[in-house]
Design a protein around this ligand. Structure first.
Ligand code: SF4
Length: 222
């Protein structure tokens, strides 16, 4: 089927991008508080996830942190409160970070690949990620984290598209660099929701976060 061109010769989706200066002004925000306010008040409709959301979920934690944690997408509790990682998985994440002396509210900024809840908590679709990624890139640019912790396979897949055919069993606990983000140390951890599903992975997770703690101490980031 031919794309809907809305009578102007340009596909409708592209027209939306061309004439939507809301996202342009958000991406031009000079500081994090302004960026956050603009996204919160934007009523963003850049992808279909806007249809079912109650809140655009930007983050939780502090934007001056040296450590950024990137998850997948808001769940029900996050959607209703507007804050990232506040459900069961979020509480587990808080406990995990606390075990290595990191305070979620002071030492990290927690964000997600997409800012609106996918229906039924499914993984975000490629087009939804593509639509939302400019916001995440802007967050990284404004925060300038030294360490980015990727929670789970979805975060890894979309943040590092060049990594294909990986398994979390191989990737979890590893550090790596990405030419797209010079100077940033990436680490992959199991998503806390996966630990709730399969508690047998908690032992591996503990070894992985101890590696993170050692790295943070050696690099004097905490
Ligand atoms: S997920 Fe991102 S791009 Fe899609 S509507 Fe929400 S804020 Fe906009």
């Amino acid at each position: 089927m031919a794309p809907d061109r809305g009578g102007g010769g340009i596909p409708v989706a592209m027209q939306f991008d061309l004439f939507d200066d809301t996202q342009t002004s958000i991406i031009a925000a000079e500081d994090y508080p302004l960026f956050k306010d603009l996204v919160k008040s934007s009523n963003c409709k850049q992808c279909e996830l806007h249809r079912g959301r109650r809140n655009i979920v930007i983050d939780r934690g502090t934007p001056t942190a040296k450590i950024m944690v990137i998850g997948e997408a808001p769940g029900e509790k996050e959607d209703s409160t507007g804050s990232a990682f506040v459900g069961r998985a979020g509480k587990l994440l808080d406990e995990i970070l606390k075990a290595i002396n990191l305070d979620t509210e002071k030492d990290v900024l927690i964000v997600n690949i997409v800012k609106c809840r996918p229906p039924g908590n499914r993984a975000p679709l490629r087009e939804e990620v593509n639509a939302c990624m400019p916001y995440l890139h802007k967050q990284i640019k404004l925060v300038q984290p030294h360490v980015i912790v990727l929670l789970g396979a979805v975060a890894l897949k979309h943040m590092i598209p060049g990594k294909k055919g990986f398994s979390m069993a191989d990737e979890a606990g590893n550090f790596f660099a990405s030419s797209e983000y010079p100077g940033v140390h990436f680490m992959v951890l199991y998503h806390p929701a996966y630990l709730l599903y399969d508690p047998r992975k908690k032992k591996d997770m503990w070894e992985h976060v101890k590696r993170l703690e050692t790295f943070l101490k050696e690099t004097r980031l905490v």
